[in-house]
Design a protein around this ligand. Structure first.
Ligand code: 3H9
Length: 706
């Protein structure tokens, strides 16, 4: 059967005595108000027309329905509400079949559950991902799903937000029939005709018996509550989901629906919902850099990597995982062997954990080649340099790349702070040079800063975005400056943390406050994990150019001078007895801090968690504003995505700039002005922040696509 090409948002067509209702709302058939109205009207029409004996609901394009229209949340409600539409479908006196292909997510799955029979194509993606948006299923999902498949499986779907395929959905009992072919409309029609021939009755999910074993279902609820307390620290909606399912166990369906509505509205109003939905759109918006528009990326079929250290090897794994061949270059056979060993170690660990077979590892490693001569890169379409962070060393590498690489090869540097314009200017083809700043471990961390130097051509930037897609990374476009977006802002708030440490807050207290805010780790734990020696080397290198008037906290230097570089040396800010991965506070570090306070003439004072976070966040937001104003980040949302994916910023807060909007920019500015009374050099309000406050605007007002 051909796809319904009607331009109506909800098209209706009578096939014999089967009424075909097709949702046609690109790109993903979200349930916006017109779709809800269209479905409601179609069901009314089906009820009224004696010629109609059964109804099929299906989606046109690539999906059934991806859920409620997320853009409507936070706006005034427009009837009919989705729960009412689902109710109307379920109440229909003629059998309703959902014929599902592609995504049936959130409200989309809820529409399907309200139908009386479900047929799924082999490509379906079922899920109740509302929890990932700070929400819960709000159109009967918390009541119908457990009635159909029991509390345990329903809670698993709703609390994880994971997608499941046709096979699992069928096994669970969410689906009655698996489609035979690739034409979901034809399959749906055949199924509906079969049901009519059998005189199959209207069969409602609200009457299903999945909750009949009370003891088992109650146990599932207790287990979910215990697990959620451990894993969803501070999140609002998971507990509401459990509460709603518990009601399903005890109360009639209508009562359950009333409770679901009440809890759903609470979730809708929570700042976590706003933060998570901001993150959802922001991570899609970052893909739309100006250079990617109407620009054809260059082909990438073979990647070269220069340098087999931790970073080079991590990048090699990321590229190999994307199915591409890699040629690694290092200076001699021993260094190259170490590089190869780094790569093999990652895969061996996966084999040991059962995440990869030995055969798959062999196939992957067969795509890996190594060489000690640059000539081996002659065929590479893209080369990523990951050698020592030193301008002279990088320039030597780029001179070699300029010599051996084919015309049109993209030449990328993984520098984390060096001037890429200077690197580009040192060779004959600056238009081919781009920055690809991976985060360690490069095969795991999602963020990829794509650093755009002045002379680079648009198709090279577009190629970098294309590579990010292949590598399943989240790319953020950044301009050239010391530290780009992420590390530049990090430097600012790390200093604020150091100032607080010297003024009286212990590193353990600061870390705890930052964790309580929602980060997985505090800044001093991160420093111990990354290795204090790296920052120490940078500080020494920059010592000569540091503003002598600027406050400089020496505590980290005192710790590094003792050879305490963090986890790898068994102690840093924390002690790691017996190689433990979680540190314990170190009284000797506290004594060093005390001594430094005396040396600096500081009388320590106490800090509350709230004050710690206000200073920490004000420093982050202020530098974020500078980064936007100087066009290092295109928009505030680019800063947000950088911090969500590269620095562990709690997703439910949406990112630092979204958080700033939540607390109010005027409040952030007032804090900065207050802190400036003690240290006016450090706390200089960003001109962008001042402007926005004067105009009564927020960062969101700058988030329109460039
Ligand atoms: C819900 O249903 C609540 C109910 O329980 C209760 C209500 C009372 N709305 O991801 P893509 C846009 S909560 C509006 O790049 P893909 C997206 O922004 C909802 N817009 O495509 C993008 O726009 P643009 C539960 C949406 O093929 C474009 O569509 N559902 C929505 O990689 C393409 O998206 C979910 O959480 C939406 N619901 O992946 C599902 N979804 O082109 C969320 C997408 O302007 N969606 N857009 O940048 C997804 O997971 C993926 O989009 C999907 C397709 C897997 C469907």
């Amino acid at each position: 059967m051909s796809q319904n090409l009607s331009t109506e948002v909800v098209a209706r067509e009578l096939h014999g005595n089967v009424f075909l209702v097709t949702i046609n709302n690109p790109p993903v058939n979200a349930l916006g108000v017109d779709v809800r109205r269209g479905i409601a009207a179609a069901i009314d029409a089906a009820e009224a027309d004696v010629a109609v004996h059964a109804v099929i609901i299906m989606g046109s394009g690539r999906n059934f329905i991806a859920g409620a229209d997320i853009r409507e949340f936070g706006k005034p409600p427009m009837p009919p509400a989705l729960p009412d539409v689902c109710q109307q479908i379920e109440a229909c006196r003629k059998p309703v079949v959902a014929a599902i292909h592609g995504a049936a997510l959130g409200g989309g799955l809820e529409i399907a559950l309200a139908a009386h029979y479900r047929l799924a194509a082999t490509d379906v993606k079922f899920g109740l991902p509302e929890v990932l948006l700070g929400l819960m299923p709000g159109a009967g999902g918390t009541q119908r799903t457990p009635r159909l498949i029991g509390a345990k499986a329903a809670l698993d779907l709703m609390l994880s937000g994971r997608h499941i395929g046709a096979g699992e959905a069928h096994k669970l009992g969410l689906v009655d029939r698996l489609g035979a072919g690739t034409d979901i409309g034809a399959d749906g029609l055949a199924y509906a005709e079969e049901l009519l021939a059998m005189q199959a009755p209207v069969r409602r999910s609200c009457d299903a018996a999945g909750l009949s074993d009370r003891t088992a279902n109650q146990a599932a609820i207790e287990a979910a509550r215990e697990q959620t307390a451990k894993t969803s620290r501070g999140l609002f909606s998971p507990l509401k989901i459990i509460e709603a399912v518990e009601v399903a166990l005890d109360q009639p369906f209508d009562e359950g629906m009333r409770t679901e509505r009440k809890l759903f509205l609470q979730c809708l109003e929570s700042p976590q919902r706003a933060g998570l939905i901001h993150a959802f759109f922001a991570e899609r918006e970052v893909l739309k850099a100006p250079e990617t528009r109407n620009t054809q990326p260059r082909a990438i079929t073979h990647v070269g990597i220069v340098g087999g250290g931790t970073m080079g090897a991590g990048i090699a794994v990321a590229v190999l995982d994307a199915g591409l061949p890699v040629t690694m270059i290092d200076r001699d056979a021993a260094a190259l062997a170490r590089g190869r060993a780094h790569v093999e170690k990652v895969y061996s660990a996966m084999v040991a954990k059962g995440r990869m077979t030995a055969a798959a590892m062999a196939t992957t490693m067969a795509r890996f080649a190594g060489s000690t001569t640059y000539d081996a890169l002659a065929a590479a379409d893209m080369v990523i340099e990951a050698v020592f962070e030193d301008m002279a060393v990088k320039k030597v590498v780029f001179a070699e790349l300029d010599r051996v690489c084919k015309p049109g090869a993209v030449l990328a540097t993984n520098t984390s702070y060096l001037d890429i314009d200077a690197i580009a200017a040192s060779i004959s083809r600056p238009a081919d040079v781009v920055g690809l700043h991976f985060f360690s471990p490069a095969n795991i961390m999602k963020l990829l800063e794509i650093v755009v130097p002045a002379k680079v051509s648009a198709d090279v930037v577009a190629t970098a975005f294309e590579l990010a897609k292949k590598l399943r990374k989240v790319p953020v476009r950044a301009g050239v400056c010391d530290g780009f977006i992420g590390n530049r802002i990090l430097a600012a708030y790390r200093q604020a943390a150091d100032h607080m440490m010297e003024d009286g807050a212990s590193p353990y207290h600061i870390d705890r406050a930052v964790r309580n805010f929602g980060y997985p780790m505090g800044p001093f734990q991160v420093s111990d994990l990354a290795g204090g020696d790296i920052g120490w080397a940078t500080r020494k290198r920059k010592a000569a150019t540091r503003n002598p008037e600027a406050r400089y906290v020496q505590i980290a230097d005192r710790i590094c001078e003792r050879g305490w570089f963090g986890q790898k040396t068994g102690r840093g800010y924390y002690l790691y007895p017996g190689g433990a991965r979680t540190g314990v506070p170190d009284p000797e570090v506290e004594a060093i801090i005390d001594a430094e306070r005396v040396r600096a003439g500081i009388t320590p004072r106490s800090f509350t968690d709230d004050e710690i976070m206000r200073r920490y966040m004000a420093a982050m937001i202020n530098e974020g504003a500078n980064v936007v104003q100087q066009r290092i980040a295109l928009r505030p949302l680019d800063v947000d995505v950088t911090f969500l994916y590269g620095y562990g910023f709690p997703r439910h807060r949406g990112g630092p700039m979204k958080y700033a909007d939540t607390v109010g920019l005027a409040n952030v500015l007032a804090d900065i002005r207050e802190f400036a009374k003690q240290d006016p050099l450090f706390w200089q309000a960003s001109p962008l922040l001042v402007d926005l406050v004067e105009q009564g605007k927020d960062f969101a007002s700058l988030n329109q696509s460039e």
